[in-house]
Design a binder for this molecule. Structure first.
Ligand code: UTP
Length: 295
């Protein structure tokens, strides 16, 4: 039987964003602007670039601005039309028509695994992508496309992996890999936030996943784990007992904007890439480095 196409993405965006307080006290971290776009818009654009046209965003309390962002705003459109601001008008309309975007509320932020489990009704018996709403990939959607291609080849779940120094691995879900090629591993085991001495490798799971629908059965078996949260990592460990899981290793281009330093890095890199802002911003950075004696 042919492997079904991956057309759906689930974007969990219901977390409390405590690492980015006070900015996230009254606004979702997924709406923090990186240059001039909220973080979650980069994530949705990446999904669309990888051929996804059905997106389910998992939201929660205080996340209404997120829905407004992808909705039409007739008052604004009328104003822009009146002022002859055609470019901005076209941009606002395109934003609302980018993809078929749905929302479901998580109710209580019980953990990433729990957030994914509330997508079950929408996703049904289909393979789907999970993209963390606060993880930005500066890669034109290449990693996600390669992961979807890997799923199409094997018909099995694929998680994105990145190398981390031993001192940082304890902050992530860490895999025990069997190397297949430079970019591909088979996942033999997976553990959430291991102590550095218990980490099975230096490869950590990062923000992008392609899942077979069996992950939902696995999630039902998972009890609260590290931090009292329902961990997606624990569900992947359960899934491993019945299905092979692959890991796609990528080298760079990912920013966790829920972390202040990564947020700053993403802002600088994305601003430098912009045709309209990049050259002036570059000059400013060079001048600043000179002024501070950093070059
Ligand atoms: P994080 O662990 O980065 O989100 O989850 P958090 O809990 O909001 O962060 P801190 O540690 O308090 O700063 C990764 C993604 O999963 C979502 C978050 O919104 C984020 O996009 N998430 C997390 C949920 O949707 N629900 C949850 O219960 C937890």
């Amino acid at each position: 039987m042919a492997t079904p196409h991956v057309t759906k993405a689930v974007i969990p965006a219901a977390g409390l964003g405590t690492r980015f307080l006070p900015a996230t006290k009254a606004q979702p971290k997924e709406m923090l602007p990186v240059v001039d776009k909220p973080a979650i818009q980069y994530v949705v654009e990446e999904a669309v670039r990888a051929g996804i046209d059905d997106i389910l965003i998992i939201t929660g309390r205080g996340k209404r601005t997120l829905e407004d962002h992808f909705d039409r705003n007739f008052e604004l459109e009328y104003y822009l039309a009146q002022k002859g601001k055609e470019t901005e008008l076209a941009e606002m309309k395109a934003l609302a028509e980018m993809a078929d975007i749905h929302y479901v509320r998580q109710g209580e932020p019980l953990g990433l695994g729990h957030a994914v489990s509330v997508a079950r009704k929408h996703v049904g018996d289909n393979p789907f992508v999970v993209m963390l709403g606060d993880d930005i990939m500066v890669d034109d959607g290449v990693v996600l496309t390669e992961m979807i291609d890997t799923y199409a080849h094997y018909g099995r779940s694929v998680v994105a992996l990145s190398e981390f120094p031993a001192s940082e691995i304890s902050a992530y879900g860490c895999v025990d890999p069997e190397v297949i090629s430079d970019d591909l591993v088979q996942v033999r085991g997976i553990v959430e936030k291991p102590a550095p001495e218990d980490a099975p490798s230096n490869l950590a799971v990062m923000g992008r996943y392609v899942f077979t629908p069996e992950i939902f059965d696995a999630l039902e078996q998972v009890r609260p784990g590290v931090g009292g949260e329902i961990q997606l990592t624990d569900a992947i460990a359960v899934l491993l007992a019945s299905q092979t899981v692959y890991g796609w290793v990528f080298r760079d281009g990912r920013y966790d904007i829920g972390k202040k330093l990564d947020y700053l890095r993403a802002t600088v890199e994305l601003a430098l890439e912009r045709e309209d802002l990049g050259p002036d911003f570059r000059d400013f950075l060079v001048e600043l480095l000179d002024k501070r004696g950093l070059r």
